[in-house]
Ligand binder design. Structure first.
Ligand SMILES: *[C@@H]1O[C@H](CO)[C@@H](O)[C@H](O)[C@H]1NC(C)=O
Length: 151
């Protein structure tokens, strides 16, 4: 008699963990390429909890519409709508998995690490990541909400 209720409860509690959600990101537009796939790992739930002291892997797959000798990453942390530059240790995309020069029509995988420093405040913010060609046009641009945590 109670099996109906049990099934409902099991469904409610088991469903969220058995269906991994694709990462919800915003494509903020690009002139020189097209964003195909974004993966941040690990990101077991959303917004991605980023633990202070941990290092995260970011894998962005995009196709270029231009030839470019260089690819330069620019990262911003957007806190309550206000973007602040977020320095990264390796802004050179050509040293982050891309073989340069970038050739129009080719698909590239930009692979980088994001270390979360211990001194970062435990806040929610939006991370905006742009990769720019030699004319400062975006090859891709994405935004994801994250939560910096103490773990
Ligand atoms: C990066 O993502 C692409 C597209 O999903 C995938 O083919 C590739 O294996 C990934 N690379 C790594 C190192 O995870």
């Amino acid at each position: 008699m109670c099996s109906g209720l049990l099934t409902v409860l099991l469904t409610i509690f088991l469903l969220p963990s058995s269906v991994p959600e694709p990462l919800a990101y915003k494509d903020c537009g690009s002139q020189s390429g097209k964003l195909l796939v974004l993966d941040v790992s690990p990101c077991p739930e959303q917004p991605c909890p980023l633990k202070r002291g941990d290092v995260y892997t970011i894998n962005t797959t995009f196709v270029s519409n231009v030839n470019s000798k260089s690819a330069t990453a620019m990262v911003h942390g957007i806190i309550m709508g206000v973007p602040a530059p977020f320095p990264i240790s390796e802004p050179d995309g050509c040293k982050s998995g891309l073989s340069c020069p970038i050739i129009s029509g080719q698909t590239y995988t930009y692979l980088t690490k994001l270390p979360i420093k211990k001194e970062y405040p435990c806040i929610k913010l939006v991370v905006e990541w742009q990769l720019q060609d030699e004319n400062n046009q975006n090859l891709f641009c994405w935004k994801i909400p994250v939560q910096i945590t103490d773990g």
